[in-house]
Design a protein around this ligand. Structure first.
Ligand SMILES: NC(=O)c1ccc[n+]([C@@H]2O[C@H](COP(=O)([O-])OP(=O)(O)OC[C@H]3O[C@@H](n4cnc5c(N)ncnc54)[C@H](O)[C@@H]3O)[C@@H](O)[C@H]2O)c1
Length: 412
Protein backbone atom coordinates (compact mmCIF):
# COMPACT_ATOMS: atom_id res chain seq x y z
CA UNK A 1 0.00 0.00 0.00
CA UNK A 2 1.41 3.40 -0.89
CA UNK A 3 1.81 6.05 1.78
CA UNK A 4 2.69 9.68 2.15
CA UNK A 5 6.13 9.74 3.71
CA UNK A 6 7.62 12.91 5.13
CA UNK A 7 11.40 13.08 5.27
CA UNK A 8 12.81 15.79 7.52
CA UNK A 9 16.21 16.93 6.27
CA UNK A 10 16.82 16.96 2.51
CA UNK A 11 20.56 16.24 2.54
CA UNK A 12 22.93 13.41 1.66
CA UNK A 13 20.65 10.98 3.50
CA UNK A 14 17.20 12.51 2.95
CA UNK A 15 17.32 12.93 -0.83
CA UNK A 16 18.40 9.32 -1.64
CA UNK A 17 15.75 8.09 0.81
CA UNK A 18 13.13 10.21 -0.96
CA UNK A 19 14.26 8.81 -4.30
CA UNK A 20 14.10 5.22 -3.02
CA UNK A 21 10.61 5.55 -1.55
CA UNK A 22 9.41 7.66 -4.49
CA UNK A 23 10.54 5.05 -7.02
CA UNK A 24 8.59 2.46 -4.98
CA UNK A 25 5.39 4.42 -5.60
CA UNK A 26 5.02 6.42 -2.38
CA UNK A 27 4.30 10.15 -2.19
CA UNK A 28 7.17 12.06 -0.62
CA UNK A 29 7.22 15.32 1.28
CA UNK A 30 10.77 16.55 1.87
CA UNK A 31 11.01 19.11 4.67
CA UNK A 32 14.05 21.37 4.96
CA UNK A 33 14.99 24.77 6.37
CA UNK A 34 17.03 25.94 3.37
CA UNK A 35 14.74 27.73 0.88
CA UNK A 36 17.18 27.26 -2.03
CA UNK A 37 17.23 23.48 -1.49
CA UNK A 38 13.42 23.39 -1.38
CA UNK A 39 13.17 25.45 -4.58
CA UNK A 40 15.74 23.30 -6.37
CA UNK A 41 13.95 20.08 -5.47
CA UNK A 42 10.59 21.48 -6.56
CA UNK A 43 12.13 22.40 -9.92
CA UNK A 44 13.24 18.76 -10.24
CA UNK A 45 16.91 19.48 -9.58
CA UNK A 46 19.11 17.32 -7.40
CA UNK A 47 22.18 18.63 -5.55
CA UNK A 48 23.13 15.18 -4.24
CA UNK A 49 25.50 13.27 -6.57
CA UNK A 50 23.91 9.88 -6.00
CA UNK A 51 20.47 10.99 -7.19
CA UNK A 52 20.30 12.26 -10.78
CA UNK A 53 18.10 15.30 -11.42
CA UNK A 54 16.10 13.33 -14.01
CA UNK A 55 14.83 11.00 -11.30
CA UNK A 56 13.81 13.89 -9.03
CA UNK A 57 12.13 15.62 -11.97
CA UNK A 58 10.25 12.45 -12.88
CA UNK A 59 8.89 12.21 -9.32
CA UNK A 60 8.03 15.92 -9.14
CA UNK A 61 6.24 15.78 -12.52
CA UNK A 62 4.31 12.69 -11.41
CA UNK A 63 3.16 14.61 -8.32
CA UNK A 64 4.94 12.14 -6.02
CA UNK A 65 7.64 14.41 -4.63
CA UNK A 66 7.38 17.85 -3.16
CA UNK A 67 9.67 19.86 -0.90
CA UNK A 68 8.54 22.35 1.70
CA UNK A 69 9.81 24.64 4.46
CA UNK A 70 6.56 24.25 6.34
CA UNK A 71 6.18 21.79 9.23
CA UNK A 72 2.43 22.49 9.11
CA UNK A 73 2.23 20.11 6.15
CA UNK A 74 3.30 17.18 8.35
CA UNK A 75 -0.21 16.09 9.39
CA UNK A 76 -0.67 14.82 5.81
CA UNK A 77 2.08 12.23 6.27
CA UNK A 78 1.52 8.61 7.28
CA UNK A 79 5.13 8.14 8.36
CA UNK A 80 7.96 10.50 9.17
CA UNK A 81 11.66 9.78 8.72
CA UNK A 82 14.15 12.08 10.43
CA UNK A 83 17.43 12.54 8.51
CA UNK A 84 18.87 15.58 10.27
CA UNK A 85 22.46 16.43 11.15
CA UNK A 86 23.90 15.16 14.45
CA UNK A 87 27.09 17.20 14.89
CA UNK A 88 29.44 17.65 17.83
CA UNK A 89 29.40 20.84 19.90
CA UNK A 90 32.47 23.07 20.20
CA UNK A 91 33.32 21.03 23.30
CA UNK A 92 33.14 17.90 21.10
CA UNK A 93 30.04 16.56 22.81
CA UNK A 94 26.93 15.25 20.99
CA UNK A 95 24.72 18.10 19.83
CA UNK A 96 21.21 16.75 19.38
CA UNK A 97 19.59 20.19 19.32
CA UNK A 98 18.64 20.04 15.61
CA UNK A 99 17.01 16.62 15.98
CA UNK A 100 15.25 17.49 19.24
CA UNK A 101 13.95 20.87 18.03
CA UNK A 102 12.58 19.20 14.90
CA UNK A 103 11.05 16.41 16.99
CA UNK A 104 9.17 18.99 19.09
CA UNK A 105 7.93 20.52 15.84
CA UNK A 106 6.72 17.11 14.68
CA UNK A 107 5.04 16.31 18.02
CA UNK A 108 2.92 19.48 17.89
CA UNK A 109 1.53 18.62 14.49
CA UNK A 110 1.12 14.90 14.11
CA UNK A 111 -1.73 12.58 14.78
CA UNK A 112 -1.36 9.93 17.48
CA UNK A 113 -0.21 6.52 16.33
CA UNK A 114 1.89 7.83 13.44
CA UNK A 115 5.21 6.13 12.72
CA UNK A 116 8.33 8.20 13.36
CA UNK A 117 11.76 6.77 12.52
CA UNK A 118 15.05 8.43 13.41
CA UNK A 119 17.73 7.77 10.77
CA UNK A 120 20.41 10.17 12.04
CA UNK A 121 23.53 8.60 13.54
CA UNK A 122 23.55 8.92 17.32
CA UNK A 123 24.53 7.25 20.61
CA UNK A 124 22.59 4.27 22.01
CA UNK A 125 19.70 5.50 24.11
CA UNK A 126 18.80 8.60 22.07
CA UNK A 127 15.52 7.27 20.70
CA UNK A 128 14.28 6.03 24.08
CA UNK A 129 15.73 8.69 26.38
CA UNK A 130 15.36 11.82 24.27
CA UNK A 131 12.76 11.22 21.54
CA UNK A 132 10.24 9.05 23.39
CA UNK A 133 9.40 11.67 26.05
CA UNK A 134 8.58 14.13 23.23
CA UNK A 135 6.77 11.59 21.03
CA UNK A 136 4.98 9.60 23.73
CA UNK A 137 1.95 8.71 21.62
CA UNK A 138 3.73 7.76 18.42
CA UNK A 139 5.20 4.57 17.07
CA UNK A 140 8.91 5.14 17.31
CA UNK A 141 11.90 3.34 15.83
CA UNK A 142 15.55 3.88 14.97
CA UNK A 143 16.94 2.80 11.64
CA UNK A 144 20.46 3.91 10.78
CA UNK A 145 21.24 5.24 7.33
CA UNK A 146 24.18 3.45 5.74
CA UNK A 147 24.49 5.44 2.50
CA UNK A 148 28.04 5.92 1.23
CA UNK A 149 27.96 8.97 -1.07
CA UNK A 150 29.58 8.33 -4.43
CA UNK A 151 29.28 4.54 -4.17
CA UNK A 152 27.47 2.91 -7.06
CA UNK A 153 27.56 -0.82 -6.24
CA UNK A 154 25.44 -0.43 -3.08
CA UNK A 155 22.57 2.07 -2.87
CA UNK A 156 19.91 2.98 -0.32
CA UNK A 157 17.65 0.41 -2.02
CA UNK A 158 20.10 -2.50 -2.03
CA UNK A 159 21.98 -1.97 1.25
CA UNK A 160 20.41 -4.06 4.05
CA UNK A 161 18.47 -1.88 6.51
CA UNK A 162 18.63 -2.38 10.27
CA UNK A 163 15.48 -1.49 12.23
CA UNK A 164 14.92 -1.40 16.00
CA UNK A 165 11.59 -0.19 17.41
CA UNK A 166 10.65 0.76 20.95
CA UNK A 167 8.12 -2.08 20.97
CA UNK A 168 7.60 -5.08 18.74
CA UNK A 169 4.67 -3.30 17.16
CA UNK A 170 6.86 -0.27 16.38
CA UNK A 171 9.52 -2.52 14.82
CA UNK A 172 6.86 -4.27 12.77
CA UNK A 173 5.42 -0.98 11.46
CA UNK A 174 8.86 0.26 10.47
CA UNK A 175 9.88 -3.06 8.87
CA UNK A 176 6.68 -3.09 6.82
CA UNK A 177 7.33 0.45 5.61
CA UNK A 178 10.96 -0.18 4.59
CA UNK A 179 10.07 -3.50 2.94
CA UNK A 180 7.92 -1.64 0.42
CA UNK A 181 11.04 0.01 -1.02
CA UNK A 182 14.22 -1.69 0.21
CA UNK A 183 15.50 -5.13 -0.74
CA UNK A 184 16.57 -6.39 2.70
CA UNK A 185 15.23 -5.24 6.08
CA UNK A 186 16.69 -6.73 9.25
CA UNK A 187 14.94 -6.13 12.57
CA UNK A 188 17.01 -6.02 15.78
CA UNK A 189 15.74 -6.22 19.35
CA UNK A 190 15.74 -2.52 20.30
CA UNK A 191 16.54 1.01 19.12
CA UNK A 192 19.70 0.86 21.24
CA UNK A 193 20.93 -2.19 19.30
CA UNK A 194 20.27 -0.40 16.01
CA UNK A 195 21.96 2.79 17.26
CA UNK A 196 25.07 0.93 18.39
CA UNK A 197 25.22 -1.13 15.17
CA UNK A 198 25.69 2.05 13.16
CA UNK A 199 28.37 3.33 15.52
CA UNK A 200 30.23 0.02 15.41
CA UNK A 201 30.33 0.24 11.61
CA UNK A 202 31.81 3.74 11.64
CA UNK A 203 34.21 3.10 14.53
CA UNK A 204 35.47 0.00 12.70
CA UNK A 205 36.42 2.21 9.75
CA UNK A 206 37.95 4.93 11.89
CA UNK A 207 40.12 2.46 13.86
CA UNK A 208 41.31 0.61 10.77
CA UNK A 209 42.15 3.83 8.94
CA UNK A 210 44.09 4.96 12.02
CA UNK A 211 46.01 1.69 11.95
CA UNK A 212 47.22 2.21 8.36
CA UNK A 213 47.83 5.90 9.02
CA UNK A 214 50.11 4.97 11.92
CA UNK A 215 51.86 2.45 9.70
CA UNK A 216 52.32 5.12 7.01
CA UNK A 217 54.18 7.29 9.55
CA UNK A 218 56.42 4.39 10.56
CA UNK A 219 57.04 3.55 6.88
CA UNK A 220 58.22 7.11 6.35
CA UNK A 221 60.90 6.62 9.02
CA UNK A 222 61.82 3.17 7.68
CA UNK A 223 61.85 4.44 4.08
CA UNK A 224 59.26 1.89 3.01
CA UNK A 225 56.35 2.41 0.61
CA UNK A 226 53.21 1.87 2.73
CA UNK A 227 51.07 1.46 -0.41
CA UNK A 228 53.19 -1.44 -1.60
CA UNK A 229 52.66 -3.10 1.77
CA UNK A 230 48.89 -2.48 1.82
CA UNK A 231 48.62 -3.76 -1.77
CA UNK A 232 50.57 -6.89 -0.84
CA UNK A 233 48.55 -7.55 2.35
CA UNK A 234 45.33 -7.12 0.38
CA UNK A 235 46.21 -10.14 -1.76
CA UNK A 236 45.37 -12.35 1.24
CA UNK A 237 41.97 -13.80 0.38
CA UNK A 238 40.83 -14.05 4.01
CA UNK A 239 41.43 -12.41 7.39
CA UNK A 240 42.45 -9.02 6.00
CA UNK A 241 40.35 -6.08 4.88
CA UNK A 242 41.94 -3.26 2.93
CA UNK A 243 42.02 0.28 4.31
CA UNK A 244 44.16 3.01 2.77
CA UNK A 245 46.17 5.67 4.57
CA UNK A 246 45.50 9.31 3.72
CA UNK A 247 45.75 12.92 4.89
CA UNK A 248 43.05 12.44 7.55
CA UNK A 249 39.38 11.67 8.05
CA UNK A 250 36.58 13.83 6.69
CA UNK A 251 32.87 13.96 6.02
CA UNK A 252 29.97 14.18 8.42
CA UNK A 253 30.45 10.67 9.81
CA UNK A 254 33.89 9.30 10.67
CA UNK A 255 35.41 12.34 12.41
CA UNK A 256 32.23 12.83 14.45
CA UNK A 257 30.23 9.67 15.13
CA UNK A 258 32.75 7.68 17.22
CA UNK A 259 32.73 10.49 19.80
CA UNK A 260 28.98 10.04 20.27
CA UNK A 261 29.82 6.64 21.74
CA UNK A 262 32.82 7.72 23.81
CA UNK A 263 30.67 10.46 25.35
CA UNK A 264 27.87 8.03 26.22
CA UNK A 265 30.31 5.42 27.53
CA UNK A 266 31.48 7.83 30.24
CA UNK A 267 28.00 7.62 31.78
CA UNK A 268 28.91 3.97 32.45
CA UNK A 269 32.42 4.76 33.86
CA UNK A 270 33.82 3.31 30.66
CA UNK A 271 36.60 4.76 28.52
CA UNK A 272 36.58 3.78 24.87
CA UNK A 273 40.32 3.80 24.29
CA UNK A 274 40.31 2.55 20.70
CA UNK A 275 38.05 5.44 19.70
CA UNK A 276 40.24 8.04 21.39
CA UNK A 277 43.47 6.57 20.02
CA UNK A 278 42.09 6.34 16.47
CA UNK A 279 40.82 9.93 16.77
CA UNK A 280 44.27 11.09 17.89
CA UNK A 281 46.17 9.29 15.09
CA UNK A 282 43.73 10.41 12.39
CA UNK A 283 43.61 14.02 13.63
CA UNK A 284 47.40 14.17 13.45
CA UNK A 285 47.53 13.22 9.75
CA UNK A 286 47.17 16.73 8.27
CA UNK A 287 50.09 17.82 10.51
CA UNK A 288 52.15 14.84 9.38
CA UNK A 289 51.29 15.62 5.74
CA UNK A 290 52.34 19.23 6.21
CA UNK A 291 55.75 18.04 7.48
CA UNK A 292 56.07 15.63 4.58
CA UNK A 293 55.30 18.40 2.13
CA UNK A 294 57.79 20.68 3.79
CA UNK A 295 60.46 17.94 3.70
CA UNK A 296 59.74 17.30 0.00
CA UNK A 297 60.11 21.02 -0.74
CA UNK A 298 63.41 21.19 1.19
CA UNK A 299 65.00 18.10 -0.25
CA UNK A 300 63.34 18.04 -3.64
CA UNK A 301 63.58 21.72 -4.55
CA UNK A 302 65.60 23.46 -1.86
CA UNK A 303 62.60 25.63 -1.10
CA UNK A 304 60.87 26.43 2.17
CA UNK A 305 57.13 26.57 2.67
CA UNK A 306 57.34 30.28 3.35
CA UNK A 307 56.70 32.20 0.17
CA UNK A 308 56.11 29.09 -1.97
CA UNK A 309 53.12 28.60 -4.23
CA UNK A 310 51.36 25.34 -3.45
CA UNK A 311 48.46 23.84 -5.36
CA UNK A 312 46.21 21.44 -3.49
CA UNK A 313 44.62 19.02 -5.92
CA UNK A 314 41.20 17.97 -4.56
CA UNK A 315 39.65 19.49 -1.44
CA UNK A 316 36.67 17.21 -0.79
CA UNK A 317 36.95 14.63 1.98
CA UNK A 318 36.92 11.78 -0.52
CA UNK A 319 37.08 11.24 -4.26
CA UNK A 320 34.30 12.09 -6.71
CA UNK A 321 31.94 13.82 -4.26
CA UNK A 322 31.43 17.53 -3.64
CA UNK A 323 31.28 17.35 0.17
CA UNK A 324 34.04 19.32 1.93
CA UNK A 325 32.74 18.90 5.49
CA UNK A 326 35.61 18.21 7.91
CA UNK A 327 37.85 17.62 4.89
CA UNK A 328 41.54 17.30 5.82
CA UNK A 329 42.25 19.61 2.87
CA UNK A 330 40.73 22.50 4.85
CA UNK A 331 43.07 21.82 7.76
CA UNK A 332 46.00 21.60 5.33
CA UNK A 333 45.12 24.98 3.82
CA UNK A 334 45.23 26.47 7.32
CA UNK A 335 48.50 24.74 8.26
CA UNK A 336 50.25 25.66 5.01
CA UNK A 337 49.12 29.26 5.30
CA UNK A 338 50.42 29.32 8.88
CA UNK A 339 53.74 28.16 7.45
CA UNK A 340 53.75 31.17 5.13
CA UNK A 341 52.82 29.36 1.90
CA UNK A 342 50.58 30.81 -0.80
CA UNK A 343 47.84 28.19 -1.16
CA UNK A 344 45.67 27.56 -4.24
CA UNK A 345 43.41 24.66 -5.09
CA UNK A 346 41.91 22.87 -8.03
CA UNK A 347 38.79 20.75 -7.59
CA UNK A 348 36.29 20.07 -10.39
CA UNK A 349 33.60 19.40 -7.75
CA UNK A 350 34.13 22.53 -5.62
CA UNK A 351 34.09 25.88 -7.45
CA UNK A 352 34.58 27.95 -4.28
CA UNK A 353 35.73 27.74 -0.68
CA UNK A 354 34.24 31.03 0.56
CA UNK A 355 35.38 30.63 4.18
CA UNK A 356 38.96 30.38 2.95
CA UNK A 357 38.56 33.12 0.35
CA UNK A 358 39.55 30.70 -2.42
CA UNK A 359 38.13 29.63 -5.80
CA UNK A 360 39.19 26.61 -7.80
CA UNK A 361 41.94 27.60 -10.26
CA UNK A 362 42.70 26.06 -13.66
CA UNK A 363 44.89 22.98 -13.46
CA UNK A 364 48.25 24.37 -14.63
CA UNK A 365 50.71 22.30 -12.55
CA UNK A 366 53.80 24.07 -13.95
CA UNK A 367 52.76 27.34 -12.30
CA UNK A 368 53.32 26.07 -8.75
CA UNK A 369 56.33 25.14 -6.65
CA UNK A 370 54.56 22.00 -5.56
CA UNK A 371 51.31 20.17 -6.30
CA UNK A 372 49.86 18.17 -3.38
CA UNK A 373 47.32 15.50 -4.27
CA UNK A 374 44.89 15.59 -1.35
CA UNK A 375 41.83 13.94 -2.94
CA UNK A 376 42.14 11.52 -5.85
CA UNK A 377 39.21 12.52 -8.06
CA UNK A 378 38.97 10.08 -10.95
CA UNK A 379 38.58 12.81 -13.60
CA UNK A 380 42.12 14.17 -13.11
CA UNK A 381 44.94 13.23 -15.50
CA UNK A 382 47.66 12.44 -12.94
CA UNK A 383 50.24 11.59 -15.57
CA UNK A 384 49.97 15.12 -16.91
CA UNK A 385 50.25 16.49 -13.36
CA UNK A 386 53.48 14.53 -12.79
CA UNK A 387 54.84 15.56 -16.18
CA UNK A 388 54.19 19.28 -15.76
CA UNK A 389 54.60 19.95 -12.03
CA UNK A 390 58.11 20.62 -10.68
CA UNK A 391 57.29 18.61 -7.53
CA UNK A 392 54.34 16.37 -6.57
CA UNK A 393 53.41 15.21 -3.08
CA UNK A 394 50.88 12.43 -3.36
CA UNK A 395 48.86 11.68 -0.21
CA UNK A 396 46.57 9.20 -2.03
CA UNK A 397 48.86 7.16 -4.23
CA UNK A 398 46.98 8.61 -7.20
CA UNK A 399 50.18 8.71 -9.27
CA UNK A 400 50.74 4.99 -8.73
CA UNK A 401 54.53 5.50 -8.66
CA UNK A 402 56.54 2.78 -6.93
CA UNK A 403 58.60 3.72 -3.87
CA UNK A 404 58.18 6.42 -1.29
CA UNK A 405 60.16 8.92 -3.36
CA UNK A 406 60.32 8.40 -7.10
CA UNK A 407 61.88 11.21 -9.10
CA UNK A 408 59.89 14.34 -8.37
CA UNK A 409 57.00 12.44 -6.76
CA UNK A 410 56.92 12.08 -2.96
CA UNK A 411 54.26 9.81 -1.51
CA UNK A 412 52.70 9.51 1.91
N1 LIG B 1 26.30 11.83 4.69
C1 LIG B 1 26.48 10.54 4.92
O1 LIG B 1 27.26 9.87 4.24
C2 LIG B 1 25.73 9.83 6.03
C3 LIG B 1 25.68 8.42 6.01
C4 LIG B 1 24.99 7.76 7.00
C5 LIG B 1 24.40 8.48 8.02
N2 LIG B 1 24.48 9.84 8.04
C6 LIG B 1 23.81 10.53 9.14
O2 LIG B 1 22.57 11.04 8.68
C7 LIG B 1 22.27 12.27 9.30
C8 LIG B 1 22.06 13.34 8.25
O3 LIG B 1 23.27 13.54 7.55
P1 LIG B 1 23.36 14.20 6.12
O4 LIG B 1 24.75 13.92 5.64
O5 LIG B 1 22.20 13.82 5.27
O6 LIG B 1 23.24 15.75 6.50
P2 LIG B 1 23.04 16.97 5.49
O7 LIG B 1 23.65 18.15 6.15
O8 LIG B 1 23.48 16.58 4.12
O9 LIG B 1 21.47 17.16 5.44
C9 LIG B 1 20.72 17.62 6.49
C10 LIG B 1 19.63 18.53 5.98
O10 LIG B 1 18.81 18.90 7.10
C11 LIG B 1 18.41 20.24 6.91
N3 LIG B 1 17.95 20.77 8.20
C12 LIG B 1 18.70 21.29 9.23
N4 LIG B 1 17.88 21.62 10.25
C13 LIG B 1 16.61 21.33 9.87
C14 LIG B 1 15.35 21.40 10.50
N5 LIG B 1 15.22 21.87 11.74
N6 LIG B 1 14.26 20.99 9.83
C15 LIG B 1 14.38 20.50 8.56
N7 LIG B 1 15.55 20.38 7.93
C16 LIG B 1 16.66 20.79 8.56
C17 LIG B 1 19.64 20.91 6.33
O11 LIG B 1 19.29 22.12 5.70
C18 LIG B 1 20.14 19.84 5.37
O12 LIG B 1 19.58 20.00 4.08
C19 LIG B 1 23.42 12.53 10.25
O13 LIG B 1 23.10 12.04 11.51
C20 LIG B 1 24.54 11.74 9.66
O14 LIG B 1 25.50 11.36 10.63
C21 LIG B 1 25.11 10.53 7.05
Amino acid sequence: MTQTIAIIGAGYVGVPLADTFGQAGHSILLVDVQPDRVDQLNRGESYVEDVPSERVKELVDAGRLRATLDYDELPNADSILIALPTPLSDQREPDLSIVLDATRGIAQRLKKGQLVVLESTTYPGTTRESLKPILEDFNLAFSPERVDPGREDWTTTTTPKIVGGLTQACTQRAVELYETALETVLPVSSPEAAELTKLLENIFRSVNIALVNELAQLCDRMDLDVWEIVDAAATKPFGFMRFDPGPGLGGHCLPVDPFYLSWKARQYDFYTEFIELAGKVNANMPYFCRSLLSQAMNHGRELSLKGSKILLLGVTYKADVRDTRESPALKLIELLRNGGAEVYYHDPHVPELPKHGLSSVALEPAEYDCVAIVTAHSSIDYERVVEEAPLVVDFRNATGRKGRVNGKVWKL
